[in-house]
Design a protein around this ligand. Structure first.
Ligand SMILES: CC(C)(COP(=O)(O)OP(=O)(O)OC[C@H]1O[C@@H](n2cnc3c(N)ncnc32)[C@H](O)[C@@H]1OP(=O)(O)O)[C@@H](O)C(=O)NCCC(=O)NCCS
Length: 162
């Protein structure tokens, strides 16, 4: 797999990858995504601002992504929220680590000094990845999500840069 900054030509395939991971209902904040509008899709804003957004590519096909979105409030713009995912077929092969390396190296270039995220406490693989990359536990939102009779708590994690 290759890791590369997202390109506009990859937006539709990136979106398909997001839909596939969301449909697993296990890891992401959404289980289905809102209607797709390529012109208003997140990568356009990320590319326009040179914010961190990288893809994992398998023979040119997007199979994973990572983004760090700076907070919209000017006084909080030093804080970014991290999201990432890989297709199930491409997990456990080091791509998650490589996406993290790329995004965390990029983040200071756009004024970010802190990265934050929320992860379901049931998502032990992701929590292990975040701990490996220097994130620490900042708190917990209990009863964060209710889905199919299961209650999920969210662990809040943060990492200071530089
Ligand atoms: C979390 C995720 C991105 C990790 O990516 P990955 O490519 O599978 O991870 P890597 O192969 O680079 O492994 C890096 C570290 O992740 C952790 N990890 C990965 N798979 C794991 C598993 N099955 N069990 C426990 N830890 C695991 C380990 O800490 C591992 O480090 P190690 O190899 O030194 O033990 C991937 O599993 C994924 O896409 N999950 C679904 C989406 C998701 O959870 N997104 C995060 C939402 S907050």
């Amino acid at each position: 797999m290759d890791i590369a900054y997202i390109d506009k030509s990859q937006i539709a395939v990136w979106r398909a990858a997001c839909e596939q991971v969301a449909a697993e209902k296990t890891y992401l904040g959404l289980v289905s995504l809102p209607p797709f509008d390529p012109e208003r899709a997140l990568p356009n804003r990320m590319i326009a601002n040179n914010w961190p957004m990288y893809c994992a590519l398998d023979n040119g096909r997007v199979v994973g992504w990572i983004d760090i979105i700076p907070n919209e409030v000017p006084e909080c713009a030093h804080r970014g929220t991290l999201g990432l995912g890989l297709l199930a077929s491409h997990r456990g092969q080091g791509a998650g680590s490589r996406l993290m390396e790329a995004a965390l190296a990029h983040a200071p270039q756009c004024g970010l000094t802190k990265v934050e995220l929320a992860v379901y406490t049931s998502n032990l693989s992701a929590i292990s990845l975040f701990l490996k990359f220097g994130f620490s536990e900042a708190g917990m939102w209990r009863d964060y999500r209710r889905l199919d009779g299961v209650t999920y708590d969210a662990l809040l994690m943060e990492r200071f840069l530089g």
